[in-house]
Each structure stands twice: as structure tokens, then as C-alpha cells.
Write a protein that binds this ligand. Structure first.
Ligand code: FE2
Length: 413
């Protein structure tokens, strides 16, 4: 039997050495010493071979816009939202498509093969939704782009936002979004969570809310999201993104909240680079870190993925499409530096976000023929060095190659 592609002798994230054979875009076999011919053979001896990187929280409509029309001076979430409000008045559909495709190329080169992007539906001209639906089609063969109907200015706070969410879903956007902490009152936030869950249940969709992205310990919309998930029968289909207020909540309350989140099978997506940057901005010292309680959520049995959120946009001046940067920051902020914890952090930018998005990536027969070969020996080395993604394979096809970095010292010791 001849395979389309054979990746020889790689080290899998669990430390096993194996060959991986791919045909017709799917993994055929994962075994030691596969001898059958293949149209293309990649020697991965001594190198980590992993399922693709996945970014389950991103903003593709805003990426690569840093400095347009000006930069965020205060560094806060709220100035970022105001700045985005200015930008969306002036950007064209073609601007958004060009920036998004530029980012997608960078992301694929870094081994990201699936992205869940929130798309702001409160743009009066609907350019953001139109543009990203086109981008989703353009990249489809290589990169899975899942879109969330996100009412950036509030489900109730922005006039007509609820109707815009419905319009976006009708146009083919995949997931119901929301931002309950940005509504005018806690009561409106609660109502927005309820409305999002009901809409998703009616249409058989998933929900992913920007939830409690705040330093206010009394921002408790995650509790409503969990309860509404159970009431609407959405277990396993809802996600709370950010959950930063949990960082500041009372421990007694969190002890009651965590089992509710786990029971409702609500997933959590903290975004470490952005949470550490935007939160705590009104603190003196000590300044809060702003990231949610990752080890505690994991211990409670909640599915947790690290997301990137922003690359060079109104909220964040940096970012490079590298999910290893995201996991590197995440494990520092969460104190996950024990070897087993670092391996868990690696899974939080590969298998866990794929699971949340419902994408069948994985290094097992029958799964999508998508993988990444890294210039590292294991996941911990990958996190430490954030090295070149030597070969990126999407659906059985090599889509990117990168040479390993090389330094020639001109001194002797
Ligand atoms: Fe976000």
C-alpha cells in the first residue's frame, strides 16, 4: 500500500516514537516502523510531531490594524473598544480581508490550522461579517476558521445588536457570542446571557461569550452562563472566554462556582497575553495578574484552552500568531511550571481548543491528516524555545516549511 505522506520516526507529545501515515487527507496509521511507500516522506527523527496548534479565541476583523487611526495610550480594554469603534467607521471590506489573509499566512507558518474568531456584528455596514465570511471560504482548504457573532458594543447596549447577531447567523456565522459585562447593568448582562443561550438552543449552535472580562469580583455572568447552559440543554456546547473576574472573586464563592461550571460542561478560554496586559490597570500595588483560575478550573474537570485574542490591534501592540508564546505566558501566570503542568499547557494550545471547536484533529488513525513537525525534542522544549515549525501539514498536504534557526558564533571560549 502506498501512502500520500509518511512522517518517519517523530516524537509524539506523550514521548512515544512513531511513524504517521496519511492518505486522502486522513491519518491512516500511527505505528513504529511503517515500511510501505509514500509519495512524500518527511524524516522527523529527534523532533516533536504534534497535532496542529489551534487558537480558539481571536479577533480576525481587528488584527494587523495597530496604530490605525491611533494607538491605545491607556492600555485598557475600554480605550481599545473606543478605538475599535473609530476604526470600524473607516475601514473597508477589502482592508479587513487583506489584513486577515496576511494574518492567516503568518498563523499557518506557525502551525495554527484552526481559529475561532469573534466578528463584530455591530458594524452598521456589516463589512466585518461579509469580509470574514469571504476569508473563511478563501482559507478553507488549509485553515478552519470558525466565526462567532459578537456584538462588541453590547447585546442590549447597542441599538439593533440583537437583530445583527441573528442576521450574522442567518448569513452563515457559526457560533453565538456576547459580552454581558459590557451591558449597562448586571440585569441586562444576565438577560443577554439568557438570550444568547436561547438563540443557540433554537438553532442548534454553540455559544462563546466574552464573559466577565473585568477586575470586578462581583461580575458573575459565568454563573448565569452555567445555569442557562443546563436550563437550555447546551452542555458541552458553551464557552466562557476570559473569566478574568474569577481572579478577584472571593474564595468561598469560587468554591461553589467551579462545580457548577464543571456540571454544565462549560469550557473556559483564558487569554494570558491579553489578560495580563489589560487587567489590573486601575490597581496600585500589588497589581492583579487578571488571568482566571486555570489550575483550579482544570482540577474541577473543566476543559480549558489558552487563546491568543489579539495580534497588533486596538487592544495589543504585539503578538505573532505563535500559540507557544501564548502557552509560555499562560504557564508563567498560572504557576504551571511543574513538568506535568507544562505538558498540560501544551495541550491547551493543541488538543483542548480543537475539542472546544469540535474539530477532529489528533495523532490517531481516522483523524484529519494535519500535524506540525517542530525543531524541538518534546513539548517542554517547544515551550522553552518556541522554535521553528519545520513542516506544517494540513489535510495531508504540506502547506508550510521553515528552516531551523542557526547561529554561528564568531568567538571562542
Ligand atoms: Fe476577545
Amino acid at each position: 500500500m502506498a501512502f500520500d505522506l509518511l512522517v518517519k520516526n517523530g516524537t509524539l507529545p506523550d514521548g512515544q516514537k512513531a511513524d504517521i501515515a496519511i492518505s486522502d487527507g486522513r491519518i491512516d496509521a500511527v505505528d513504529v516502523g511503517i515500511t510501505a511507500d509514500a509519495a512524500e516522506v518527511i524524516d522527523a527523527t529527534g523532533r516533536l510531531v504534534t497535532a496542529p496548534f489551534v487558537d480558539a479565541h481571536f479577533h480576525m476583523d481587528a488584527t494587523q490594524s495597530y496604530g490605525t487611526p491611533r494607538v491605545n495610550r491607556s492600555g485598557t480594554l475600554l480605550e481599545g473598544i473606543a478605538l475599535w469603534g473609530d476604526l470600524k467607521q473607516v475601514q473597508t471590506r477589502d482592508d479587513i480581508i487583506a489584513r486577515a489573509l496576511d494574518y492567516c499566512r503568518q498563523a499557518v507558518g506557525k502551525g495554527i490550522l484552526a481559529i475561532r474568531s469573534h466578528v463584530d456584528v455591530t458594524d452598521a455596514n456589516f463589512r466585518t461579517v461579509d469580509a470574514l465570511l469571504e476569508v473563511r471560504d478563501l482559507v478553507r482548504d488549509v485553515l478552519d476558521l470558525q466565526l462567532v457573532a459578537f456584538p462588541q458594543d453590547g447585546w442590549y447596549r447597542a441599538e439593533g445588536a440583537e437583530a445583527s447577531v441573528v442576521r450574522a447567523l442567518d448569513a452563515g456565522v457559526d457560533v453565538v457570542g456576547g459580552i454581558p459585562h459590557f451591558e449597562r447593568t448586571m440585569a441586562d448582562g444576565t438577560a443577554a446571557v439568557r438570550a444568547a443561550c436561547e438563540l443557540a438552543a433554537e438553532r442548534g449552535l454553540m455559544v462563546d461569550l466574552h464573559c466577565d472580562e473585568s477586575d470586578d469580583p462581583l461580575s458573575r455572568h459565568i454563573e448565569t452562563l452555567a445555569a442557562e447552559t443546563i436550563r437550555c440543554g447546551l452542555q458541552g456546547r458553551t464557552t466562557g472566554s476570559h473569566l478574568t473576574s474569577m481572579h478577584s472573586m472571593d474564595n468561598y464563592y469560587v468554591a461553589k462556582l467551579l462545580p457548577l461550571i464543571a456540571e454544565a460542561q462549560v469550557s473556559a478560554i483564558p487569554n494570558p497575553l491579553i489578560n495580563i496586559t489589560l487587567q489590573g490597570r486601575m490597581d496600585s500595588y500589588p497589581k492583579r495578574r487578571g488571568m482566571t483560575r486555570v489550575p483550579e478550573l482544570l482540577a474541577a474537570g473543566v476543559t480549558v484552552a489558552f487563546g491568543q485574542d489579539c495580534v497588533r490591534d486596538p487592544w495589543y501592540p504585539l503578538g505573532s500568531g505563535d500559540m507557544l508564546d501564548v502557552a509560555h505566558m499562560g504557564l508563567h501566570v498560572a504557576h504551571m511550571t511543574a513538568p506535568d503542568d507544562m505538558r498540560v499547557a501544551f495541550g491547551m494550545v493543541t488538543e483542548k481548543p480543537a475539542q472546544i471547536m469540535g474539530i477532529d484533529f489528533g495523532l490517531e488513525p481516522g483523524k484529519r491528516g494535519s500535524l506540525v513537525v517542530l525543531d524541538a525534542s518534546d513539548p517542554i522544549d517547544a515551550l522553552r524555545l518556541r522554535p521553528a515549525r519545520l513542516t506544517v501539514v494540513s489535510n495531508g498536504r504540506v502547506v508550510s516549511r521553515t528552516e531551523p534557526a542557526k547561529t554561528d558564533l564568531s568567538v571562542a571560549f
